[in-house]
Write a protein that binds this ligand. Structure first.
Ligand code: IPM
Ligand code: MN
Length: 314
């Protein structure tokens, strides 16, 4: 299906339904969706709610796992013209995306005693950390900062840290730094400008938490995009979830998904289109509360905001 958008982006879209079924107790994507994503290698994903009541695992995690999307790139940049207590935030966080506390290995040992396994492998750490170094090289950021808690998680985070030291040897022009997760949280809240010229990389759950924290600095989850990168497939999505409580009310802010689309276009080397759409989105936000959605202290409905963006593209 070819949809000519206002920005005239040359993309043939293939819409796919990813509603899963439970096969042998496992959340399983429909085969046509899997085939389409494997064939096209690039996907833009809307917020998905996990089907309830059937013992399904998260849809997001299922997609990340199915396509082995090992590095989750989460940039976070202040919107000029939208005031928050922080100015000039410009962070990039790369989250290991396949294991850690998300490995789903949990059990009850005896009633009242449970165990959730944080699984860290050298292989998954290495490919994610290597992705962070490559990102640093191509973006001109000159440091990879490994965020960890190896003082307590001696083996798991210790392996992550050790792996980073080894990978860093292949990248002599990129600085390697280490910081404890609690300290990074403190410093990000006190002065995020310290994180401008580096790329943070961290295990899965830390990345989940720190990316929400970063979003909070610039105005919330309505603004932050992400890319789930694998060896073959890349899936772009907003950092936020599906927010069923506001569905259909015209309250949602489409910015995070629009900026995820811009990330996707850059991944496809369609930079000029990405620049044009990004600029239309950001200038619309900056143009005043009447053109911003409620999460950004504005009064615009989703469709009013979108119309304003489209006007700037025509
Ligand atoms: C995210 C989300 C997901 C996560 C949820 C929806 C499973 O919070 O992409 O950050 O925890 O990874
Ligand atoms: Mn999250």
């Amino acid at each position: 299906m070819r949809i000519y958008s206002a920005a005239k982006v040359p993309i043939d879209w293939e819409p796919v339904d990813v509603t899963p079924s439970l096969i042998n107790g496992k959340t399983t994507l429909p085969q046509p969706a899997v085939d389409s994503i494997n064939k096209n290698t690039i996907a833009l994903k809307g917020p998905l709610a996990t089907p309830v009541g059937k013992g399904h695992q998260s849809m997001n995690l299922t997609l990340r796992r199915t396509f082995n999307l090992y590095a989750n790139v989460r940039p976070c940049k202040s919107v000029e013209g939208y005031k928050t207590p922080y100015d000039g935030v410009d962070t990039v966080l790369i989250r290991e995306n396949t294991e850690g506390e998300y490995s789903g290995i949990e059990h009850e040992i005896v009633p009242g005693v449970v165990q959730s396994i944080k699984l860290i492998t050298k292989k998954a750490s290495e490919r994610c950390i290597r992705y962070a170094f490559e990102y640093a090289l191509s973006s001109g950021r000159n440091e990879v900062l490994v965020v960890h808690k190896a003082s307590i998680m001696k083996l798991s985070d210790g392996l992550f840290v050790q792996t980073a030291k080894e990978v860093a040897k292949e990248y002599p022009t990129v600085k390697l730094g280490f910081e404890s997760l609690d300290n990074t949280s403190l410093k990000l809240c006190m002065d995020p400008s310290d994180y401008k010229r580096l790329v943070m990389v961290m295990p899965n759950l830390y990345g989940d938490i720190m990316s929400d924290l970063s979003s909070g600095l610039i105005g919330g989850l309505g603004l932050t995009p992400s890319g789930n990168m694998g060896a073959k497939v890349a899936i772009f999505e907003a950092v936020h979830g599906s927010a069923p409580d506001i569905a259909g009310k015209g309250l949602a802010n489409p910015t995070a998904l629009l900026l995820s689309s811009c990330m996707m276009l850059r991944h496809m080397q369609l930079n000029e289109f990405a620049d044009k759409i990004e600029s239309a989105v950001l200038t619309t936000i900056a143009s005043g509360p009447e053109n911003r959605t409620g999460d950004l202290r504005g009064t615009a409905s989703t469709s009013h905001f979108t119309d304003e963006v489209i006007k700037k593209l025509n």
